[in-house]
Design a protein around this ligand. Structure first.
Ligand SMILES: Cc1cc2nc3c(=O)[nH]c(=O)nc-3n(C[C@H](O)[C@H](O)[C@H](O)COP(=O)(O)OP(=O)(O)OC[C@H]3O[C@@H](n4cnc5c(N)ncnc54)[C@H](O)[C@@H]3O)c2cc1C
Length: 382
């Protein structure tokens, strides 16, 4: 019996645990290590901030689900990897010490490099956790008028919630009959660059201008002051309400193992095996891939890594190769949506559609996802 240790309990780690559990049928021991037992459905946090859903709809306790899958859960965080000993040093409520593995899956997500944006914690709102989304909700409720700014910081690999929050805020103000606000979306480069070069500028620009939202491109935030944003070139933008997605980085503690790129994301081969150490896979936001970091990528990577790891356990070579693509639905609210399907590694794959249908698909998809993955809901089988 081999020991498989999964680090991280987000989209990538949880789906990896599910897929492996089904494939391995109890023949090997699977352990998932995460500092929190709560799974957060991040794409639901825009709706949480705008009071369209509540916390219980966007979180669930993973432990019961994992028990049902025969996966051991350890509430702890990884401190150091010791690949030469096939051990991980962990610290937390359950264990302070080392656990050994035969195969390792690194799925610990990205780090918010807030140190790169002075003033972020003091003056900006964000949507990168439940508490932050609730705090933003209070600020939205208290907003009476002025400049509302939604910004993507340089190297923040997540444009979708910034864009969706701007649309949602516009819809909210219309509901209230509030006409005293000016809304802007700030992007560090061209908006297409935030989607790995996919041509989405015209659709977004049209959707923004229909609502009077200003799209400000090539504006790189360097600092947040109490009432204004400051760019690297000295320009400023005043705000009364600010939401920012800060710069993303990988996890610095992995750089000591020589497996990370210049931003501390973990480098992999086409089978998603970690380059530079044996018997390890990296999936989800922590993996080093260009372009935005999205949940569907984490889920797809988990599926591929699970197949390849299962092959290795049978003594076969891994066969499933990863293809990097975006499949994203941007919800404008009120039923309008933009759907983008784009092959980051094959630019001939390009579909861009607008319409109401995608809004329903996104809502149904989110619901079915939770039904499938939350043990306390009906398990439809992943
Ligand atoms: C507001 C918001 C809206 C979004 N909207 C969309 C959307 O509409 N569509 C879409 O596709 N994507 C969306 N995303 C992106 C998506 O949520 C991420 O791509 C996805 O969560 C990545 O999954 P992951 O498992 O790699 O990382 P995460 O979900 O971040 O999970 C990482 C896990 O690792 C754990 N961990 C961290 N450090 C350690 C450690 N040292 N040791 C052990 N465990 C550790 C964490 O506790 C967590 O359990 C959105 C994200 C946000 C924040």
């Amino acid at each position: 019996m081999k020991r498989i240790v999964i680090l991280g309990g987000g989209f990538a780690g949880l789906v990896m645990a599910e897929k492996l559990s089904k494939k391995l049928k109890g023949e090997h021991e699977i352990t998932l290590v995460s500092p929190r037992r709560t799974f957060v459905f991040y794409p639901g946090l825009v709706r949480l901030a705008f009071g369209e859903t509540d916390e219980s709809e966007v979180t669930f306790d993973m432990v019961e689900k994992l028990q049902g899958l025969n996966v051991r859960f350890i509430e702890a965080e990884m401190l150091h990897l010791k690949p030469e000993l096939r051990r991980v040093q962990i610290a937390g409520k359950d264990i302070n010490g080392h656990i050994s593995y035969d195969y390792l899956v690194i799925a610990i997500g990205r780090r918010l490099a807030t140190e790169k944006l002075p003033g972020f914690f003091e003056y900006a709102h964000h949507l990168l956790g439940i508490k932050a989304a609730k705090k933003f909700n209070t600020a939205i409720e208290d907003f009476e008028g002025g400049n509302a700014v939604f910004a993507i910081a340089p190297e923040a690999d997540l444009p979708v919630p910034v864009i969706e929050a701007a649309f949602a805020f516009d819809n909210e103000l219309k509901k209230r009959g509030n006409k005293n606000a000016k809304l802007s979306v700030i992007c560090p480069g061209e908006i297409d660059e935030a989607f790995a070069g996919a041509k989405i500028h015209s659709e977004l620009k049209e959707a923004f201008s229909k609502r009077g939202i200003e799209l400000i491109e090539n504006w790189q935030i360097s600092e947040v002051a109490r009432t204004k944003l400051i760019a690297f070139d000295g320009r400023t933008i005043p705000f009364d309400l600010l939401m920012v997605v800060p710069t993303f980085r990988g996890q610095a503690r992995l750089s000591e193992n020589g497996i990370t790129d210049g931003k501390n994301f973990v480098e992999t081969d086409e089978f998603l095996r970690v380059k530079g150490i044996d018997n390890a896979y990296a999936i989800g936001d922590i993996a080093s891939f260009e372009g935005p970091k999205l949940a569907h990528m984490a889920v797809g990577q988990a599926s591929i890594a699970a197949s390849n790891l299962a092959s290795e356990l049978k003594g076969d070579e891994p066969e499933e190769v990863y293809f990097h693509e975006i499949a994203s639905i941007i919800d404008e609210g009120g039923g309008d949506t933009i759907y983008l399907h784009y092959g980051i590694w094959d630019k001939s794959l390009y579909r861009l559609k607008s319409g109401t249908m995608w809004s329903y698909i996104k809502k149904i998809h989110d619901k079915v996802w939770k039904m499938r993955h939350n043990g306390s809901w009906i398990d439809l089988g992943a």
